[in-house]
Design a protein around this ligand. Structure first.
Ligand SMILES: Cc1cc2nc3c(=O)[nH]c(=O)nc-3n(C[C@H](O)[C@H](O)[C@H](O)COP(=O)(O)O)c2cc1C
Length: 193
């Protein structure tokens, strides 16, 4: 089964980006993908801040990412960039951790003034981790996200933008799986098993 890891990076206990991560993960699971969601705030703080990749909980999270065919990163916008919590998680990953994976960056922010942060801040970091083709991301304005509503994402424009981004990600995942037909490399055989 094609597997997806969703990583959300808000430090807040009640978080719009974590809820968005759940929503996207649930939709992908309904579409037949195997989905896991890591909330970085649930990882042990001291090893996270110390960059201790040998800590068992951190190592398990990194292994989950390594095994995933695709990764959805969902971050709040903090100080015109992605969150510091997301950064400490990304800093724990091996240099080419995202090579060969489909990657979808999503952000939630309070101001449209920072809508480009996905392009000037988040995408370059993901590329430094080996992504060669990340799916067009999506910045959702927090005023369109209603925690009290079962639908959560309100407004046709926001819903449409998110649906398109997730559709493109699903397509990239399926394309990746379909194109990995050459079995000359043992790790490719493992991926297809
Ligand atoms: C410390 C902090 C800094 C923030 N900085 C920005 C910012 O620079 N630009 C922006 O659009 N929103 C900013 N926001 C608003 C958050 O992005 C917004 O509230 C978002 O919904 C938070 O996501 P969360 O509920 O998952 O934590 C900031 C919020 C906090 C708490």
């Amino acid at each position: 089964m094609t597997s997806v890891l969703v990583v959300s990076g808000s430090p807040a206990p009640v978080s719009k980006s974590a809820r968005l991560a759940d929503l996207v993960g649930e939709g992908l699971a309904r579409d037949g993908f195997g989905v896991a969601h890591i909330r970085v705030r649930d990882l042990p703080a001291a090893p996270l801040l110390a960059g201790d990749a040998a800590d068992p909980a951190i190592a398990a999270a990194v292994a989950l990412l390594d095994a995933a065919d695709g990764v959805v990163f969902v971050t709040p916008t903090y100080k015109a960039s992605y969150s510091g919590l997301m950064k400490v998680f990304l800093d724990l990953l091996p240099q080419h951790a995202l090579t060969g994976k489909a990657v979808l960056p999503l952000a939630v922010g309070g101001s449209l003034a920072h809508v480009l942060m996905l392009d000037y801040a988040f995408r370059p970091v993901l590329h430094s981790l080996g992504v060669r083709h990340s799916v067009q991301g999506c910045f959702l304005i927090e005023s369109a996200l209603d925690m009290a509503s079962p639908e959560f994402v309100t407004g046709d424009l926001q819903r449409d933008m998110l649906a398109r981004a997730v559709d493109n990600f699903s397509r990239a995942l399926t394309d990746n799986a379909a194109s990995a037909t050459w079995t000359g490399f043992p790790d490719r055989r493992r991926r297809q098993a």
